[in-house]
Design a protein around this ligand. Structure first.
Ligand SMILES: [Zn+2]
Length: 408
């Protein structure tokens, strides 16, 4: 077996720890998937289909790693690029088409869902914001692209594309994004699902990004599970090999999302506050322990918030939060009551040493907001957020807390 297949096997069997073999730490390699198909492991993966009519790529790489994807594809086929399909418009999936076009001296055709162009427009509008949040989420350089290769062909619900006598069935889904496409290639029994599956608890709650759609996401996974697919190529992490594994991974991911939606909606329908809901909704333990559903990227608590936002408003149900005092004014009042901001910071340190990091962060943050220029308080706050970051399992929580620990 090759490295990519070995990784898939190791993760599935439990021999490899998903946290140590993170789906966002790619192998930067390429491997055949049966005849005339190949899988490129990159930050976001790409799948290459060599057909008699030309090369078909599902996803083309990130704005940073597209040259690696291109070089990997060229290790297995020289066929000119005929069609590139974007599984969605996230910037780790849809760059690099021009590398093939330059090389072949002819345009390729890009196919994507009809909402992809609107996403690209939004990315230009929010370039600075996206650079900030991605730097925080991934601990990466603060950059964001503002030029995108727009699709040449778009569709609304479904589209079958024929290349070299083979059919590529594109289906739209609401999921991590509103512009998702999954691609079924019946002649190869391969399904490319983009970020509907990423070897981690679904990115359905990202705290810094726009709306996700967990309920519709689950139905898409159930529809894909009905196909006779032998190989599933995900947006991140290695392919899953074998019809039984593919089906199980899809159905269990759907079950996790459905359970979070069902529990959250039940409490919302009772009129509960968001805080109560966060305190009671739990991901089913047997699912969250699966090697492909661990909360190492996003996490269920964030999904609950996202469901609240999708079906409700931004207000969390606490009347004092509707038109709150400025955070600094509240912090100064609490610090005065406590006998000074230092008292809050000392108590925060004690709570942190006892492992109560959530409460420790509240008190440290309040102390810092009450006296923003106090170096000793700032150092305590930084230390507590660093400790909090190390204790978290999800990349998203770690990113936010690490950024807070570096704030001055
Ligand atoms: Zn992605």
């Amino acid at each position: 077996m090759g490295r990519i297949r070995d990784l898939s096997e190791g993760l599935w069997s439990g021999a490899l720890d998903p946290a140590q073999n993170h789906p966002f730490a790619p192998l930067l390699d390429v491997e055949p998937l049966g005849e005339r198909s190949a899988f490129v492991s990159s930050f976001a993966n790409a799948t290459a289909f060599d057909t008699d009519g030309g090369l078909v790529l599902v996803d083309t790489g990130s704005f940073v790693l597209a040259p690696q994807v291109h070089a990997s594809v060229r290790r297995v086929t020289e066929r000119p690029l005929h069609t590139a399909i974007y599984t969605h418009g996230h910037v780790d999936h849809c760059f690099g088409v021009e590398l093939y076009e330059k090389e072949q001296g002819a345009a390729a055709r890009v196919v994507a869902h009809e909402r992809v162009p609107a996403r690209f427009e939004r990315y230009v509008l929010t370039k600075g914001y996206n650079a900030c949040i991605n730097a925080r989420q991934f601990r990466a350089a603060r950059t964001w692209p503002d030029r995108f290769r727009a699709p040449d062909v778009t569709y609304a619900t479904s589209l079958d594309v024929d290349v070299g006598g083979e059919r590529f069935e594109l289906r739209h889904a609401l999921g991590e994004t509103d512009d998702a496409t999954w691609v079924w290639v019946p002649s190869r029994r391969i399904v490319c699902v983009g970020d509907l599956f990423i070897w981690a608890s679904p990115n359905a709650g990202n705290p810094q990004k726009v709306q996700r759609y967990p309920r519709e996401w689950a139905s898409a996974l159930r529809a894909i599970a009905e196909l006779p697919a032998e190989t599933m190529c995900p947006g991140h992490g290695p392919p899953i090999f074998g019809a039984d594994r593919v089906r199980r991974a899809l159905v269990e991911t759907a079950e996790l999302l459905e359970s979070l939606v069902e529990q959250t909606l039940a409490r919302m329908n009772e009129g509960a506050r968001l805080d109560d809901i966060l305190g009671t909704v739990r991901a089913p333990a047997h699912l969250i322990e699966r090697p492909y559903l661990r909360p190492i990227y996003d996490e269920p608590e964030f999904v609950v918030r996202n469901i609240w936002r999708l079906y409700g408003g931004w207000w969390d149900g606490d009347p004092s939060h509707l038109k709150p005092a400025r955070a600094g004014a509240l912090a100064r009042e609490i610090a005065d009551l406590a006998g000074g901001a230092n008292k809050l910071a000392d108590r925060a340190s004690r709570l942190a040493s006892e492992g109560n990091l959530a409460l420790a962060c509240h008190l440290a943050e309040t102390a810092w907001l009450a006296v923003p220029g106090d170096d000793a308080i700032a150092r305590i706050r930084a230390r507590i957020y660093a400790q909090r970051s190390s204790a978290e399992s999800s990349l998203m929580a770690r990113g936010v807390f690490t950024a807070a620990s570096e704030e001055t």
